[in-house]
Design a protein. Structure first.
Length: 201
C-alpha cells in the first residue's frame, strides 16, 4: 500500500505501462495506461457508461471541449476523434496522467488539437461548448463541489456538461445539489448503478 492516489500530483509508484482496449461508437481504441493513474488497468465502468449513454459531440462541433480529470485520456481521445474540428482541453492534477493523455492523443492522431494541462494551465478566457467528466468523487464532497463550481460556469451560454456518478457514491444527491446551484439538470441515463447527468444553464 502506498500513499499515492489517482489525484496525487506526482505519483511515486513505478510507472508500469499497460495497454487498455475499448470501443466507442463503432471505433476501437488502444491506449497506454500506467500505475499511479485512475483506473489504470481498464476503461472505468463509469467512464464506459458515460461514453455509451451521453450524446457524443457531432463531427461539426467547433470551439473548445473540456475533460475534467482526464486520467490516461479515454474521454479526451474519444472527444478528439468524434469532433475533429474542436479543441479538447484535458485537465488533471496528476502529472503522469497528463503525460499519458498527451501520448495517447498523439496515438489517435489528435496531438495538435489536444491541450493537456494542470488545472491552472487553462487560460481564463477559454469557455467550453461541452464539459465531460467522470469526476473524482473520492476527493471529498467539499472539494468535488469546488471543482464543479470552478469549471461549470465556463460553459458557453448554450453549452452542455456531461457527468457520470455512481448512485451509491452520491449521484442523486449531486443532482440535487447542482439544481440548488441554479443549473438545469436532467438524468439522461442510468446504467449499472451509474447516473449520467446532462447539465445546462
Amino acid at each position: 500500500m502506498t500513499g499515492d492516489h489517482y489525484f496525487t500530483p506526482e505519483p511515486t509508484t513505478a510507472a508500469r505501462p499497460r495497454e487498455v482496449e475499448f470501443s466507442v461508437a463503432g471505433r476501437d481504441y488502444t491506449l497506454t495506461s500506467a500505475t499511479g493513474v485512475f483506473s489504470a488497468d481498464r476503461l472505468d465502468p463509469g467512464t464506459a457508461v458515460l461514453l455509451r449513454k451521453a450524446e457524443l459531440p457531432a463531427g461539426d462541433v467547433t470551439g473548445a471541449l473540456l475533460d475534467i480529470g482526464c486520467g490516461f485520456g479515454p474521454i479526451t481521445c474519444v472527444l478528439a476523434t468524434t469532433a475533429p474540428a474542436a479543441t479538447v482541453w484535458a485537465v488533471d492534477v496528476n502529472q503522469r496522467a497528463r503525460e499519458l493523455t498527451a501520448a495517447n492523443a498523439a496515438r489517435v492522431g489528435a496531438a495538435e488539437r489536444v491541450r493537456v494541462v494542470a488545472p491552472d494551465g487553462v487560460p481564463a478566457d477559454v469557455s467550453f461548448a461541452q464539459i465531460w467528466s467522470n469526476p473524482p468523487i473520492h476527493i471529498g464532497k467539499g472539494e468535488l463541489h469546488d471543482l464543479l463550481l470552478r469549471w461549470l460556469p465556463r460553459l458557453t451560454p448554450d453549452g452542455v456538461a456531461w457527468l457520470v456518478v455512481a448512485r451509491h457514491l452520491g449521484g442523486d444527491s449531486l443532482h440535487r445539489w447542482l439544481v440548488e446551484q441554479g443549473w438545469q439538470v436532467e438524468r439522461h441515463a442510468s446504467q449499472k448503478g451509474y447516473r449520467v447527468l446532462r447539465v445546462t444553464r
